[in-house]
Write a protein that binds this ligand. Structure first.
Ligand SMILES: [Zn+2]
Ligand SMILES: [Zn+2]
Length: 489
């Protein structure tokens, strides 16, 4: 089922349930299929049915069914959220030390934006006021809640309580905590970086920990059978470090301090990242920093983007003039990447034109009836570029996947917000480090036909597969970018 063959799995589960209507496992499997099809009401009913027939002695199975039910209600949204909260609260009362239950409760509370509730749950679970509980065990409890790391952090930050957990974090980060050298848990080091970066104003500690992870000694110290686990901390670290250097460069520039150290660091990160990531954030951010800081850097940023932009434009040009199918997934992705690159190049108009075309094609638009407003439906396999970066999205869970509007930031890297989150950003109330209320935004969805017509040929009634990229538009950009010197080809 995880491989996406939902239909085949569904047939098997259905057969199994009809053979033996008491087979709770098959009923649970069928519920999973219904959930993937977004038929949440039916999925919940099936789980309730499975709960009736599962033998009372099977505590683990009952537990798993209960968790499934809460997750289904969470995914359902609307009134389902309150059902999820009630169930999760009850589950936690039964067993308040069970971190998995607490994680689900935090997620449910986050779903209804009850940040005070999250604060109370975290406080209770960490036993912050309990003098008999050791600091070590409190610290480990904090890590146990990282299953809802973003929901927890945002709840604490929104209630002005993020410093509550600071001493517990410090026990790990300052390496004073016995028994933790990250040699068998390198990903944990990165969780701390992400937490520090997202929720604390000061970026120095996140940067210092990043430097520790990027130091060759960190990888060398990993236990042999954990070497593979370095990949995730490394990639995430390269991205976080790039963001930190970029923000430090901008703020140094604003405050009249020297910026070269940060820009050199950014360039160095690009060197480290370029064999691992096709277009690393450090490259895009270095270009953006050189471009926006301006002055003597004017000739430095274009060569940083030229090769990638020309590559995408050439493949689009071939698609526009070729004899084959005019529109394909490759074209859609290529045009999406072009959108990111042109934003970094400070050309939001053409970036928007590219995105307008891609947005209308993928992910699929959901329009229930002819006279209702179009909605953007984010699918699990769709392009992550069109997922809101606001509070409605947390790691591994989307609290809202249907947008009536989508706004692009013209200044941040690959950042967009749904209508509701855009309001939160503009009011400066986003409870984590992302974007800024002073940035300029462009409404990218609903897509205007006029905008779409710039980058492509697509009428209101033309089916997606017949769209064409506008060769005139591509070739004009290609000419502009090919003339820039300072790069290999
Ligand atoms: Zn949102
Ligand atoms: Zn922004």
């Amino acid at each position: 089922m995880e491989l996406g063959d939902n239909k085949a799995a569904e047939v098997q589960f259905s057969e199994a349930t009809s053979l033996d209507c008491k087979s709770w496992m098959a009923i649970q499997g069928l519920a999973g299929c219904r959930r993937l099809e977004k038929r949440y009401g039916e999925a919940a009913d099936l789980i309730l049915k499975a709960m009736e027939v599962v033998p009372a002695t099977m505590a683990l199975a009952t537990e798993k069914l209960q968790q499934d039910l809460i997750s289904i209600y969470l995914a359902q949204g609307g009134p389902g959220l309150h059902r999820a909260v009630d169930l999760a609260e009850r589950a936690c009362k039964e067993s308040p030390r069970d971190s998995e239950r607490v994680v689900l409760y935090i997620k449910a509370l986050y779903g209804i934006r009850n940040f005070d509730g999250i604060l109370a749950v975290v406080r209770g679970f960490l036993r912050l006021e309990d003098e008999f509980e050791t600091e070590d065990s409190k610290s480990w409890r904090l890590v146990a809640l990282f299953g809802a790391i973003e929901e927890m952090g945002r709840g604490l930050r929104a209630t002005g309580s993020i410093d509550l957990v600071r001493p517990l974090l410090d026990r790990f980060i300052k390496a004073s905590f016995d028994g933790l050298d990250f040699s068998t848990e390198p990903w944990m080091a990165m969780w701390f970086v992400e937490f520090l970066y997202d929720f604390y104003d000061d970026m120095d500690e996140a940067r210092e920990l990043c430097e520790r992870i990027l130091d060759p000694a960190f990888e060398q110290n990993l236990r042999v059978d954990y070497k593979w686990a370095y990949e995730y901390p490394l990639i995430s670290c390269l991205d976080h470090m790039a963001k930190i250097c970029y923000l430090e460069a901008l703020s140094s520039h604003e405050n009249g301090r020297e910026v070269d150290t940060w820009l050199e660091k950014l360039t160095g990160l690009r060197e480290l990242a370029k064999d691992r990531i096709s277009v690393p954030d450090s490259q895009l951010l270095a270009a953006t920093a050189y471009r926006t800081i301006g002055g003597c850097y004017e000739n430095k940023w274009r060569p940083l983007l030229r090769h990638e932009i020309v590559t995408e434009l050439r493949s689009l040009s071939q698609a526009a003039e070729g004899q084959g199918r005019p529109w394909s997934v490759e074209v859609s992705h290529s045009i999406g990447r072009l959108g990111v690159l042109l934003t970094a190049a400070g050309d939001p108009d053409n970036a928007m034109a590219a995105d307008a075309l891609a947005l209308d094609a993928e992910p699929p638009l959901q329009t229930q009836a002819p006279d209702t407003a179009p909605q953007l439906q984010v699918t699990p396999f769709g392009n992550s570029r069109y997922i809101c970066d606001g509070i409605c999205t947390a790691r591994n869970f989307k609290y809202n996947a249907v947008y009536a509007e989508l706004f692009w930031c013209t200044e941040c890297l690959d950042t967009c917000f749904c209508g509701l989150c855009h309001e939160i950003v503009k009011s400066g109330k986003l409870p984590y480090r992302r974007c800024s209320p002073t940035h300029r935004f462009v409404r990218a969805f609903p897509v205007s036909l006029e905008m779409k017509g710039v980058a492509g040929w697509a009428g209101a009634d033309v089916p997606v597969e017949e769209w064409r990229v506008n060769s005139e538009w591509v070739n004009k950009l290609l000419h502009e970018w090919s003339c820039i010197s300072g790069c290999g080809d």
